[in-house]
Ligand binder design. Structure first.
Ligand code: SAH
Ligand code: MG
Length: 952
């Protein structure tokens, strides 16, 4: 196959195999799956009822972040993989370095390529080449148009052709339509094979395809002609005119480009030009617009002159050009239709008004973030990048990649610098820059027991620290932005995210206020370690200015239909909020900075007097961190006045309509409401949950491994040593202990968790469910909803009970009651109870969490917080805890031993988490057990698993 050969040529030049090229670009994000294909032999004996089995063949599915490719069928697995990689390279137009290729060589290859594209073999290529779809469709065109292929589709659907053209004339990069004269030039070297006509902008094969080729195509046609209605968007050139929905009637026999041509008032498909794909890399969404001869004029070196020349004839469609980062002139249609590698059938999808606006806001960093959170009217790009756990949307690095792709810039270039660290003792205060985020898997196997006294003061774990520098170049490799912060991080990924965050924040600020004076732009850049080339920056983003400043020329009547600025949304003054109304009893649990909130909300568009109401956006469970600007300021302001369980309602001035329409599913209704006299947004929210993460955060940042992990490991160690076969975790929460237990071999057969939080239990169930089927030892697991101060006979006589960081969440007398209930009724052989050591708080509060440098409020916050967590009802000193435990043990005939994790017993102020281990001295009298075995069921089974039922 010619295709393979010339690709192979290019590959040879770079000394890379197709798989290596894919792996260089995607690393382990590229996933190859090889399937066996059993083909029934086509040349089976006539009359044989059973199809004969052919030899085993292979097909490869290559999954890349933006696309899934399915190879053809091959005898060898290796070939299937190679073919999938080659297809991906072609499809995504991945540039194989062609430095050594001269324009002359490229011209020759172009002729060769054209020969192949018009060969018999290409027309029925399998898997279907997207361009072959057009060739097939062209054969179905009527009358004189039969067989005529629009020149514009040639390079758009064959990236190899396109790359060759770029090599011949690099200006194709900025004006893709310059490929047309190049293809005509190549065609003129093939007078036997093809003909072109400049007037018609078409190319066609001179000789008819042999009948057998045509017949094989007819065979594949799926039945009777069908008519399909596809929604598309008409983008008028004049910005005064609104974009609107158009319906394309695509029939399975006609050529869809002819249908689009009609909508654009053009005679036929050849007069339609096609943009690059917009949006996601795998998308088929493109802009279609009228061809003018002037596109084919090579712009002179003086760019503006050339543009003006065009301008005089037909003007630039700013909205369409902005969307595609490509010059589009005149009216345009945005549609998602096309031939793909996936199927011989035409692919099509509706493009709604909503999708148009989503594409529009997906060009700015905050829009990218909002969409990733699926909360366009609510989420906001946070002001700081803290730890991964508190970052809810796309990570900064991913936002940066999307941004560069959306603006057709080169991929950002990352360079990482690692510096060896001296393993000296450092106090937490001085090791500020060594961010400690989740030290996930690495530490799981660490020993526990007495050996876990490793907090951040005593060990600097990793031997290197990382800095990251990022550069962003234009397509033509001009440096636009550079960010090289001095901050170093223990983890490479943290350094990458933080540098990405700085660039994105700066860009976001630019898009928020396009009229920002340049001194301000410069000084903010300075603060964020960003350097940028004014000239190159403006060159790339000039169109965004022209789109977003249009609102100054607002005219009556079309007020809402104009692309107004996207800049105001999160800089709107607080007085934008009206009539905040909070309902429901005050539960006393308020969120504060650093809390993680869970709310349910709905946003409505309401007209004056609330005669009309349209739901724009809803979410039954939306989580965000408070104090980092992760939501629109109005929402954050409202929610800080609420306590758990309360609902609130407030009204707000309209944000820019891009956001409203990007959120609204029913665009027509929303537009009609917007055009009525006066509208505002109404937010209706309910505060479902507040998690005070200060404790978690300190536990993570100041202890290594995190304190919570140390507690779990301590418990796991005791459970292992005890040889217990049954276990109850009292106040199991989201099941962190039960989950960890499944990672170790133990003697356990039955595990139970009890908690009063259904939400936590739900999470626990999810985790356990996914893990249990792989565990051989445990044959039963149950989660109960119930208060651990209540007795339930089903938990009698368990071997071991654990209760980690729970008692401080109850009133003191309830904690005493729990102790009595457990030791007198449940009577486990061993009970492990942990709770914070109040005396250790001084240390925690003195040591700033690492995120402190980005969030100056937090220190004041942590000092004003008496306990580690707002939900704590008490925190005991060592003496108080000893007192409670010793009394309890004596009362119920248990022994007790004290220990802890974080810090050490001998060093003031003791452990960060104090732990009591109770041991039953003599077994309970038989009658007690039988007495309690009565069915006293106060807990409700939330979830149950057993190895016998699950194996079916
Ligand atoms: N043991 C878990 C969770 C600790 S958080 C861990 O170490 O990760 C405290 C938990 O105690 C919460 O999940 C809370 O819902 C639960 N809790 C508080 N009072 C309770 C009670 N009376 N009965 C049962 N669970 C309770
Ligand atoms: Mg707690």
């Amino acid at each position: 196959m010619e295709n393979e050969k010339s690709l192979a040529d290019a590959v040879k030049k770079t000394n890379l195999t197709p798989k290596a090229i894919i792996s260089q670009k995607y690393g382990n994000k590229a996933c190859y799956k090889v399937e066996e294909v059993q083909e029934s032999s086509e040349k089976g004996c006539p009359g044989l009822a059973i199809p004969q089995k052919g030899p085993c063949r292979y097909r490869c599915i290559l999954q890349l972040p933006e696309i899934t490719i399915e190879s053809g069928i091959f005898k060898r697995k290796k070939d299937a993989e190679k073919s999938a990689a080659e297809m991906a390279i072609e499809k995504l137009g991945i540039q194989i370095s062609t430095d050594s290729r001269t324009p002359q060589e490229a011209s020759d290859l172009l002729v060769e390529r054209l020969t192949y594209l018009f060969s018999n073999e290409f027309l029925s290529s399998d898997p279907p080449h997207p361009l072959s779809g057009h060739l097939r469709a062209a054969l179905g065109r009527e009358g004189d148009l039969c067989g005529l292929v629009p020149l514009s589709v040639m390079a758009v659907y064959d990236s190899r052709l396109n790359n060759l053209c770029k090599c011949i004339n690099p200006k194709v990069e900025s004006n893709p339509f310059l490929v047309i004269p190049l293809i005509m030039g190549a065609a003129s070297r093939l007078p036997e094979l093809v003909a072109t006509s400049e007037g018609q902008l078409s190319i066609w094969r001179k000789n008819l395809y042999p009948p057998e080729v045509i017949e094989s195509l007819v065979d594949q046609q799926s039945g009777a002609p069908q008519s399909n209605l596809v929604e598309a968007i008409h983008i008028p050139c004049s910005q005064e005119k609104a974009i609107e929905l158009v319906i394309l009637d695509i029939s399975s026999t006609g050529y869809y480009l002819d249908v689009i041509a009609k909508k654009l008032d053009l005679t036929d498909a050849a007069k339609v030009l096609i943009s690059r794909a917009i949006g996601k890399a795998s998308s088929e969404t493109r802009l279609y617009f009228a061809a003018h001869q002037s596109y084919l004029i090579e712009p002179s070196s003086d760019h503006t002159n050339a543009k003006e020349a065009l301008h005089s004839e037909v003007s630039l469609n700013a909205r369409a050009s902005y969307l595609s980062s490509q010059d589009i002139y005149g009216d345009a249609i945005l549609a998602s239709i096309g031939f793909t590698w996936r199927s011989k059938d035409l692919f099509y999808e509706d493009v709604s008004v909503q999708s148009y606006y989503r594409m529009l806001i997906n060009k700015i960093p905050s829009g990218i973030y909002k969409l990733s959170r699926e909360a366009v009217l609510t989420a906001e790009f946070p002001l700081a990048f803290t730890t991964r756990t508190n970052w809810r949307g796309s990570l900064p690095r991913d936002v940066l990649f999307t941004f560069c792709r959306q603006h057709r810039l080169s991929e950002p270039v990352f360079s990482s610098i690692s510096t060896p660290l001296k393993a000296v003792s450092e106090s937490p205060g001085s090791s500020k820059k060594l961010k400690v985020t989740d030290s996930s898997e690495e530490d799981t196997e660490r020993a526990s027991g007495g050996a876990i006294s490793t907090d951040a003061r005593e060990s600097v774990e990793s031997a290197v620290s990382y800095q990251c520098e990022i550069k962003i170049f234009s397509r033509s490799q001009d440096l636009i932005i550079e960010c090289s912060p001095k901050d170093s991080f223990k983890k490479q990924n943290d350094s990458i995210q933080n540098t990405s965050f700085k660039i994105i924040s700066w860009l976001n600020m630019y898009f928020k206020d396009l009229d920002l004076p340049s001194e301000k732009l410069n000084s903010t850049a300075n603060d964020l370690d960003v350097q940028f080339s004014h000239e190159n920056f403006l060159k790339e983003f000039v169109l965004s200015r022209s789109i977003h400043t249009v609102h100054h020329t607002e005219t009556e009547g079309v007020k809402f239909l104009e692309p107004n600025t996207m800049s105001m949304l999160n800089t709107m003054p607080e007085q934008g909020v009206q009539s905040l109304n909070i309902e429901g009893p005050d539960s006393g649990v308020f969120p504060s900075n650093g809390s993680l909130l869970c709310i349910s909300y709905s946003v409505f568009l309401v007209t004056e007097g609330e005669h009309m109401k349209e739901n724009l956006e809803s979410n039954p469970e939306f989580e965000f961190e408070i104090g980092v600007g992760a939501v629109i300021p109005h929402l954050e302001a409202a929610v800080t006045l609420m306590s758990i369980g309360q609902s609130a309602c407030f009204k707000m001035e309209l944000p820019p309509k891009e956001f409203i329409l990007a959120a609204a599913v029913n665009s027509a209704r929303t537009l009609s409401l917007l055009s009525s006299k006066s509208c505002c947004l109404e937010y209706s929210i309910r505060l479902l949950q507040v998690t005070e993460p200060l404790e978690d955060r300190m536990e993570q940042a100041l202890f290594s491994p995190p304190l919570s992990k140390q507690r779990v490991e301590y418990a796991v160690q005791h459970i292992k040593e005890s040889g217990a076969t049954t276990l109850v975790d009292f106040g199991c929460g989201s099941g962190s202990l039960l989950d960890s237990l499944l990672n170790y071999p133990t003697a356990l057969e039955k595990i139970v968790g009890v908690d009063i939080s259904q939400k936590s239990l739900g999470r626990a169930a999810k985790i356990l469910h996914s893990k249990l089927s792989n565990n051989i030892g445990i044959n039963s697991a149950i989660l109960y909803d119930g208060s651990i101060t209540d007795f339930d006979s089903r938990l009698c006589g368990f071997d071991i009970g654990t209760c980690l960081e729970v008692i401080e969440h109850m009133e003191e007398e309830q904690a005493c009651l729990f102790g009595d209930v457990v030791l007198s009724y449940f009577c486990p052989k061993v009970l492990i109870v942990s709770t914070p050591n109040y005396e250790y708080n001084v240390i925690l509060q003195k040591s700033s969490p690492p995120s402190q440098e980005e969030d100056p409020d937090e220190k004041t916050q942590s000092q004003s917080c008496k306990f580690r967590n707002h939900d704590h009802k008490f925190e005991w000193t060592r003496e108080q805890f000893n007192h409670w435990a010793t009394e309890l043990a004596a009362k119920h005939n248990y022994s007790v031993e004290f220990s802890g994790v974080g810090g050490s017993a001998d060093l003031e102020p003791g452990f960060a988490s104090q732990i009591a281990v109770f041991r039953r001295i003599c077994p309970p009298q038989g009658e007690d057990l039988s007495k309690n075995a009565d069915t006293e069921h106060h807990y409700q089974v939330i979830w149950e698993w057993s190895s016998s039922t699950s194996s079916s």
